[in-house]
Ligand binder design. Structure first.
Ligand code: ATR
Length: 286
């Protein structure tokens, strides 16, 4: 039998709670095997109260790298020895590299979002964006858009104060243009639809099929490009499809954030098409 692990195998993984639904163990392990690397990627379910011990475990067990997912992405930052610029702005890390016990945090969600978006929108810079949500995922999306050179981002959120916090935190970001972010309370979002080319949902609304819509989706027009970072086709995307819009779910973002993490860990180019195939073949894991 050809068993693809041995005493030299390097261990990577994902830390989250829950983590059973994660697609990363499959597509990252596929990427390692395909690239001929003696590495494996495992799920680690860690309760919030155990995060600190889990970080000690990364060091003690020489786990070479981890992805971090809900609910630890923000909390992990205080346990790291060094953080990248994206982590500093976004305030959350989804990728950690372990260099002999020295932990460096990155955020590849923002890269993942932009690379995914480029599949349906090759030139991003000249579009007007309407981003719904002002949590960690929204910050990663907005960071990516500002870095891409986008000039206008309307941000709609239920809690408007969180948008003001983003505006304050992103003030020093290079390319920052005065008034680049326009804050809008969620209940006034419909007035802003006509000023937007691309609508991006970064909230968790739509994850459950019976979630009430964020706004009246019938107001979406064919000219809109609609992106939902949830991994499946939500009601928002179903409406976009019916209207004839170009649309995208969160799988491309997931793919490219994973590809970037692979590259950070291994220094090799990620086999993106292999990873994509594994993701698409396993759309509905148990
Ligand atoms: P994440 O890191 O995934 O972005 P988060 O930081 O908890 O998670 O942010 C969740 C986002 O979804 C927020 O924008 C939140 O709105 P509030 O800031 O007003 O809480 C939004 N959200 C979650 N449930 C929502 C709902 N039922 N209606 C509208 N927005 C919702």
């Amino acid at each position: 039998m050809d068993i693809p692990v041995n005493g030299d195998t390097k261990v990577y993984g994902i830390i989250g709670y829950p983590v059973r639904h994660s697609k990363s163990p499959q597509f990252q392990t596929a990427a390692f095997f395909y690239s001929g690397l003696n590495c494996i990627y495992l799920p680690f379910e860690v309760k919030p109260e155990n995060l600190s011990k889990a970080v000690d475990g990364i060091r003690a067990l020489s786990i070479k790298g981890v992805n971090i997912t809900v609910p630890h992405k923000e909390e992990i930052v205080k346990h790291l020895d060094e953080i990248s610029e994206e982590v500093r702005y976004i305030g959350a890390s989804n990728t950690v590299k372990n260099l002999d016990g020295y932990l460096i945090g990155y955020n590849t969600d923002s890269y993942g979002f932009i690379e995914g978006l480029k599949e349906i929108l090759p030139v991003i810079r000249d579009k007007r964006f309407l981003v719904i949500g002002a949590g960690g995922a929204s910050r990663a999306v907005i960071y990516g858009l500002i870095k891409e050179g986008v000039q206008k981002i309307i941000v709609a959120n239920r809690t408007v104060n969180r948008i003001y916090r983003i505006m304050e935190d992103f003030k020093t970001l290079s390319r920052f243009i005065e008034n680049i972010i326009e804050p809008v309370p969620l209940e006034r979002i419909e007035e802003k639809l006509k000023n937007a080319d691309v609508i991006v949902n970064t909230t968790s609304v739509g994850l459950r099929d019976d979630d009430p819509p964020l706004f009246d989706y019938s107001k979406i027009e064919k000219k809109h490009i609609v992106v939902d970072i949830i991994y499946k086709n939500t009601r928002l995307l179903e409406t976009a499809e019916k209207k004839g819009c170009i649309y995208q779910n969160g799988l491309p973002m997931l793919l490219y954030q994973g590809a970037k993490a692979f590259e950070i860990w291994t220094g090799k180019k990620a086999p993106v098409e292999i990873m994509r195939r594994v993701l698409e073949e396993n759309k509905n894991p148990p």
